[in-house]
Design a protein around this ligand. Structure first.
Ligand code: AMP
Ligand code: MN
Ligand code: MN
Ligand code: MN
Length: 310
């Protein structure tokens, strides 16, 4: 059950415990370090009541997470975080799918899986030229499973080989925006990915809108295109962010009628972003995403049952 009265969310904020809602988190189905079961257990310990599993380009962890959520008595929204392109920039779209992966989104996720596999080969080729021998095998070793590879696996391989001292330098020198290993050509245009989500009964939200290095104006243009494609929401709060930026972002959402989502983007314990630990939502906030008609039943859904199998 989603227990909190949504309109009083800002007042319920507790700096130590954070929010009882977190709609952006990762598991071992992508680049997180906790299994879906471990992640849900952690959320239960942190007394969250409504969570979404949003692994990169896959919903493979959702069934396991839903079983764990049922056991722990909290509500799970099936989801994923889609890699897309907008004006040559890699933009992430969080898809909240109360009916699970089906239809156009299920097809889209198959394409994303292939894209990720092919992209890893290109990244590996480029990193080999930069001095990382057997890059693909080393990244696979770091991943520790057969899931499609992501840039973090290559970052770990670069560190393990001593080409860079740490993960941050790996992104700064090889994998971050505009660097050799930042391969985006395989991802669909944002409008196409939004189309999959909307056609499959879900709600699409621009992930962490403040993390793309866009000017305010350009962020507005992204939102305009996103809305035109049928996108319904954006993350108003992603992890820890500056209060003034949040208030300004709230205005940009309100101007376009976008619903406000929130999430920690949790990947692993020990990072600053624990499940439910987000900055305070500005009081000027746009409508919270769980008031979207497609998610309205979250309020009375039986624990663990959203997004299973359907
Ligand atoms: P990918 O999905 O393969 O494009 O990899 C993107 C993931 O890499 C993000 O979801 C983060 O987990 C991680 N990442 C991206 N940029 C950075 C960065 N600058 N520093 C550390 N991790 C990053
Ligand atoms: Mn990630
Ligand atoms: Mn992201
Ligand atoms: Mn994420």
């Amino acid at each position: 059950m989603l227990r909190l009265p949504v309109t009083v969310l800002p007042e319920t904020f507790d700096a130590d415990r954070g929010y009882p809602v977190d709609l952006h988190m990762h598991s071992t189905a992508s680049d997180g370090t906790l299994s879906p079961t471990e992640l849900v257990a952690l959320c239960a310990r942190r007394e969250l009541s409504c969570i979404a599993l949003t692994d990169h380009d896959t919903m493979d962890g959702v069934d396991e997470a839903a079983r764990a959520a049922e056991y722990e008595g909290l509500t799970l929204v099936a989801g994923c975080e889609l890699s897309t392109r907008w004006q040559g920039i890699n933009i992430h779209v969080v898809a909240l799918m109360p009916g699970g992966a089906r239809g156009a989104l299920a097809e889209g996720l198959k394409a994303q899986r292939q894209a990720r596999i092919q992209r890893a080969e290109v990244i590996a080729e480029r990193l080999e030229k930069a001095g990382l021998k057997d890059a693909l095998a080393k990244a696979r070793h770091q991943a520790g499973s057969d899931r499609p590879l992501g840039r973090p696996d290559f970052a770990k391989a670069l560190v393990a080989d001593g080409l860079v001292p740490d993960w941050a330098s790996a992104f700064k020198r090889y994998l971050g925006s505009g660097k050799k290993g930042d391969v985006k050509a395989h991802w669909p245009e944002i409008g196409e990915a939004v189309g999959w989500v909307v056609a499959s009964g879900g709600v699409a939200a621009i992930a962490h809108p403040l993390r793309y290095g866009l000017t305010r104006r350009k962020r507005g243009l992204l939102m305009d295109d996103f809305c035109a494609a049928g996108g319904q929401a954006a993350e108003l709060v992603s992890g820890q962010q500056n209060a003034d930026s949040s208030r300004d972002l709230a205005r940009q959402l309100d101007e376009r009628g976008l619903y406000a989502s929130l999430g920690s983007d949790f990947h692993f314990p020990g990072s600053h972003a624990a499940p439910g630990s987000m900055s305070v939502i500005p009081r000027t906030a746009a409508r919270p995403i769980w008031q979207h008609p497609r998610l309205a039943h979250l309020g009375d859904a039986p624990a663990g049952l959203l997004g299973i199998g359907a």
